[in-house]
Design a protein around this ligand. Structure first.
Ligand code: PGA
Length: 250
């Protein structure tokens, strides 16, 4: 299976910075063989769709609401995203859980709305440092999956990618060891397989991935790719990670 590389720009890049990023990216791109999804802020989605979509790069959003239309000031609906050329949406990211109080229940509503609009979901799970110290990470992850994927059926599961992102490794430079990351990705795959009778779910690792540690992570059999924050903002570094991933495609 080819590795999947997802960029999460978070709240970074003005439209003019995006234009520079895109020209640089196009000058480096030789025809990437890995599947690449870029999730810029909403205000840069149009430029990415216009310039990269027909070059084999897929575009995702970082959030959406769970209604299609209405009086929800400041929100963006999955219907609007789909109509803007977006194919993926990140949901359940720990920054949304922490700063915007998103519960598993809200994430569940968002996942259902995204799937109903024919978007694929990059669903994030992860334990915090305290939970890891208490060694309860497995229970935390399984509970996040159970609650956030409530009433998702065996067909819908096929449009969900799961990203395992230990909260303590996000943006800290402290990536988890490849073996521990692999164990967690396997736990997730086994759970999905057992409960949905589906063994093709892609599970990504996220948290301080960079070109220096990508190879060791991609070597692991249960890590299908990476969700990359900080390192994706540096176009050369991001292209390097994509190239590293290509060595593991078969
Ligand atoms: P990071 O972020 O690569 O900057 O650690 C990953 C993420 O939050 O998705």
């Amino acid at each position: 299976m080819n590795k999947l590389i997802v960029a999460n720009f978070k709240m970074n890049q003005t439209p003019s910075e995006t234009n520079k990023y895109i020209s640089k990216f196009l000058s480096l791109e030789k025809n990437f063989k890995s599947q690449v999804i870029i999730c810029p802020p909403f205000t840069s989605i149009y430029s990415f769709v216009q310039n990269l979509k027909n070059r084999g790069i897929e575009i995702g959003a970082q959030n959406c609401f769970f209604k299609d239309y209405g009086a929800y000031t400041g929100e963006i609906s999955p219907k609007m995203l789909k109509a803007s050329g977006v194919q993926y949406v990140i949901l359940g990211h720990s920054e949304r859980r922490t700063y915007f109080n998103e519960s598993n229940k809200i994430i569940n509503q968002k996942i259902k709305a995204a799937l109903a609009n024919d978007l694929s979901v990059i669903f994030c799970v992860g334990e915090n440092e305290n939970e890891r110290n208490k060694n309860i990470q497995n229970d935390i992850i399984i509970n996040q999956i159970k609650e956030s994927l409530k009433n998702i059926d065996n067909q819908e599961i096929k449009n969900i990618i799961i990203a395992y992102e230990p909260v303590w490794a996000i943006g800290t430079g402290k990536a988890i060891s490849p073996i521990e990351a692999d164990d967690m990705c396997k736990l997730i795959k086994d759970f999905i397989n057992k409960n949905y009778n589906y063994n093709q779910t892609k599970v990504l690792y996220g948290g301080s991935v960079k070109s220096g540690n990508a190879k060791d992570l991609f070597k692991m059999p249960n890590i299908d790719g990476a969700l990359i924050g900080g390192a994706s903002l540096d176009v050369e570094e991001f292209a390097k990670i994509i190239t590293i991933a290509e060595n593991f495609n078969f």
